[in-house]
Design a protein around this ligand. Sequence first.
Ligand SMILES: [Zn+2]
Length: 123
Amino acid sequence: MIDPKDASYIDDLETEIAKLRAEINNKDIEIKRLKKEKGLSSTREGLTFSTHTGLWADQAGLLYCSTCLGQDKRNPMKSELPWGWRCSAEPKHYFSNPDNRPPVVNMRGPRGGGGGPNSWMGS
Ligand SMILES: [Zn+2]
């Protein structure tokens, strides 16, 4: 059913596609090499670091635990807003929300110290 002219056209296209695929492959290899050079781990691939929150986020805006990423593990954060975020794998990994100002409480008394489960007092 295919016209011989069409057949050769398709052949041409297939050759072209194969060439492009090979090129993409080469670029992928180059990207990996460059990332390795810069010391970027693949665990952070596709994630961007926010200096504001200290957390990594993917393109959908999902946040990932920086502490776990440091150990080559990608674990999403559970929101505990407005206070902050907690690691879904390690509850110890807690990141406070910089935009959440702690309520002004009178902490002048001797009972003020110690700190709570929230680490807004600073790290
Ligand atoms: Zn974690």
